[in-house]
Design a protein around this ligand. Sequence first.
Ligand code: T4K
Length: 399
Amino acid sequence: MSTELDRFAIFGGAPAFAEARHVGRPNVGDRRALHARIDGLLDRRWLSNDGPLVREFEQAICDLTGTAHCVAVCNATVALEILIRALGLAGEVIVPSFTFVATAHALQWLGLTPVFCDVDPITHNIDPAQVERLITPRTAAVLGVHVWGRPCDVDRLSAIAHDHAIPLLFDAAHAFGCSYRGGSVGTFGAAEVFSFHATKVLNTFEGGAVVTNNGALADRLRLMRNFGFAGYDRVVEVGTNGKMPEVCAAMGLTGLESFETFVAVNRRNYREYASRLACIPGVRLVTYDETERCNFQYVVAEIDADVTHIGRDPLVDVLFAENILARRYFHPGCHRMEPYRSLPRYADADLPETERLSDRVLCLPNGTDVTSEDAGRIADVLRGAVAHGAEISARLAAR
Ligand code: T4K
């Protein structure tokens, strides 16, 4: 006998989508403008190393964020590494565990010690009170992350960093185009790092940038991203190859021309999700402060399994069967990933909010590849699954 549950693809029904709907489909701007820029760089035969498109892109980022200096780099992970190196940091850096692992890896890669800090359960951002408790004489810096593009408590973190005379840095990988108290992300702390990875609201295929108002720091970053070269044959620093190619800047410049559209589509989809997922017990959509500039790139739901009677993970299985590839960012939390989980210093990590969140968070597809009909249908599937949460859980358990 067929039941309501048989309509779900996980139990043999037809999937909601014939083709996969992804979190992180790239936003692509005007192809003709992109092709023209690519023709230009091919005609110039200038493909990399501080080319005119990279310079134009850097200036555009400065203009948009109101920051004095932008150093474009091949990706945000390398941007973080170069920044940490340029500041000469050594010892411990306080950082959230609830972040993409690149934030912690950049520190570990350079021989620094990430000191994992818990996050605020509502904002999902690093908890300033705990930052203060974690500061010791070994603390070299605080590295906050503007998770989902919602800025950290910049004022409190700035006061703490100032009181302890340590630099405050931000991983702003998610927060391009966002603001805090009217000021653009990019202008806070000693420096901030953007990601322009394919999955970000603005992409350069792969890419990242350090933005700062500190001219001396920017000069050093420029040297370090190009092997430490200060001119032909003159190396004045240890450096690496962190250069952004011209074709990436071409993509970034083209994307910037459509940036307002990307954000408008994200906002429209977010609102569609929000209206359909409102008032579902046990499902809480992360909200944005719309009095600020937000990029709405991430649509994030928290699932409270005690209320929904279906956990986040079985829910992901249900959605995947429907061809809705929802993601569990940042499960399981950096401190529960290698190499951190096997290192003695993290054995007693006490990060209850991080663990609670990383077991509850579900990211839903957004971006210009997602129509509002898609968003509505995805929300309806989620709502339907939660409505049958207990029965689905029981049937999955019986398998
Ligand atoms: N700090 C934070 C807080 C970050 O979130 C990130 C990156 C970084 C630092 C480091 O920035 P980068 O060094 O990457 O510039 C993704 C991204 O790879 C990563 O950039 C991002 N954060 C993270 C949150 O998400 P994955 O492993 O989920 O990526 P991937 O490549 O599997 O892409 C996700 C989905 O997007 C795919 O299932 C399909 C879709 N997709 C992806 C690409 C690359 C496409 O449709 N087309 C594409 O070209 O980590």
